[in-house]
Design a protein around this ligand. Structure first.
Ligand SMILES: [Zn+2]
Length: 316
């Protein structure tokens, strides 16, 4: 069974799954003090319901909302939305998103404080909703394993080792921090079979590096389709084609890393990303992959079997 915002779902019922998306990405305490930026809660929720309702019509059964602490996670709000989109499973995450220091909340607390909260989110539920986290999330960006980032990664790996909940790691593909991440994961006894090296699809010129990460046991997140600022549609798609040709379809998952609203950018500055939406993989990427020799079985692996294996912990 896999935990979702509407409760546990059998892994075999997840269907096609987008493994790295968001509903909203917000700076929570800025929004609290400048609420006009975000606007009307009901309008935002209705917009999310409308957009997410389109996914089942395009064959998507599940999204993993990898929004963590540091990205404005609000599970009561996601639950309100999920209750209005009955055709879509939304898996929510626990974890911390930082590129450098730990949040001040944890700065002077005991070493296990983060792990304890992650485990509580997984075993008891989040913020009184009863919704349990089905994914652990952290980030290793350009600065690599700073003290704070390493502390979060270890805490995530420990919560994973205690609960069996899978892990998604935001990475800076060009930095190739995979080997350093692997060292920590191995020290903490992680099941590498259940860890996604996120944003691997940005490494369009480094298929050999990505293949070595698969050989080491990780699954690659080809999960930013539509973000042309880092790599074009064709380069992202060609990378998936190449890795499928190398026989690695069993070690890739596909996604967009998109959302209904994000406050991290100047208004209008993302308007050129016309393909950055939840339907881009279904409408544009899959036809391209098929045209370039990727088989239905490989697509099924990337969108159905691998997500089920990672989320449920057994062969999907
Ligand atoms: Zn993301």
């Amino acid at each position: 069974m896999v935990e979702t915002a509407r409760g546990p779902v059998p892994a075999s019922d997840l269907g096609r799954t987008l493994m790295h998306e968001h509903v909203f990405v917000l700076t929570a305490d800025v929004q609290q003090n400048y609420p006009d930026e975000w606007g009307d809660e009901d309008v935002r929720v209705a917009d999310a319901v409308r957009r997410l309702s389109e996914l089942p019509e395009h064959g998507i059964g599940t999204i993993v909302d990898v929004t963590a602490i540091g990205q404005g996670r609000n599970v009561p709000r996601v639950k309100r939305i999920a209750d209005q989109v009955p055709g879509l499973n939304i898996v929510v995450a626990t974890g911390i998103y930082t590129f450098d220091e730990v949040p001040m909340f944890f700065w002077r607390r005991h070493r296990e404080a983060m792990t304890e909260l992650f485990v509580r989110d997984i075993t008891e539920g989040i913020a009184g909703t009863g919704v349990k986290a089905g994914m652990l999330k952290c980030a290793v960006d350009e600065k690599g394993l700073t003290q704070g980032v390493e502390r979060v990664l270890r805490s995530v790996a420990q919560a994973h080792a205690q609960t069996g909940t899978p892990v998604t790691i935001h990475t800076h593909a060009a930095g190739q921090h995979g080997p350093a991440i692997l060292e920590v994961l191995k020290q903490e006894g992680a099941d590498l079979d259940r860890v996604v090296l996120g944003h691997s699809g940005d490494a369009t010129d480094s298929p050999d590096y990505l293949e070595s990460m698969v050989q080491a046991g990780l699954t690659l997140g080809m999960d930013r389709f539509g973000i042309d600022h880092f790599a074009t549609f064709q380069d992202r798609s060609d990378l998936v084609v190449e890795l499928c040709r190398r026989g690695l379809a069993d070690r890739m998952v596909l996604s967009h890393d998109t959302c209904c609203y994000i406050d991290w950018f100047e208004p209008g500055s993302l308007d050129d990303l016309t393909q950055w939406h939840y339907l881009h993989v279904s409408q544009d990427v899959l036809p391209y992959l098929r045209e370039h020799g990727v088989t239905e079985d490989q697509i099924d692996a990337m969108l159905v079997r691998n997500p089920a294996r990672i989320l449920a912990g057994k062969a999907g």
